[in-house]
Design a protein around this ligand. Structure first.
Ligand SMILES: [Zn+2]
Length: 126
């Protein structure tokens, strides 16, 4: 078992791809980031191009998260109390998010996305 050099995931199924001229041993998910190199046996370089790192880190909460949560919640037919219970958060926290006073953490944003079938996290592209 080895680790993907881009996302760090352990996998048995790693392949070699070239990204911006640098060779990486990567998992299937990351293979699409580069051009596949067949039958490469030398040790690949470890340096990750900054643009790839940015792609991994570049998860941002949308600026109109409050409106999206509010609309999504009403669409789902839930009261703020119901939503708080559903995702196991404090009601005051939900209220603060909906009113735009408190930007949700990525973790909370993911819970809200799943619970309400909305999009709160944007991923920047290279
Ligand atoms: Zn990977």
């Amino acid at each position: 078992m080895a680790e993907c050099e881009i996302c760090g995931k352990s996998s048995y199924d790693l392949s070699y791809v070239k990204v911006e001229g640098t060779l990486f041993k990567v998992c299937l998910n990351c293979a699409s980031l580069g051009n596949k190199v067949e039958g490469y046996v030398d040790k690949p370089m470890k340096k990750i191009p900054p643009s790839i790192k940015r792609r991994e880190d570049n998860q941002v909460i949308v600026s109109d998260y409050g409106r999206r949560v509010s609309v999504g919640r009403q669409h789902a037919g839930l009261k703020q109390e119901d939503l708080a219970k559903k995702i196991n958060e404090r009601l005051s926290h939900i209220k603060a998010v909906e009113s735009g006073k408190r930007t949700p953490s990525l973790k909370l944003a993911r819970k809200l996305e799943n619970a309400l079938n909305i999009v709160l996290i944007e991923r920047g592209e290279i």
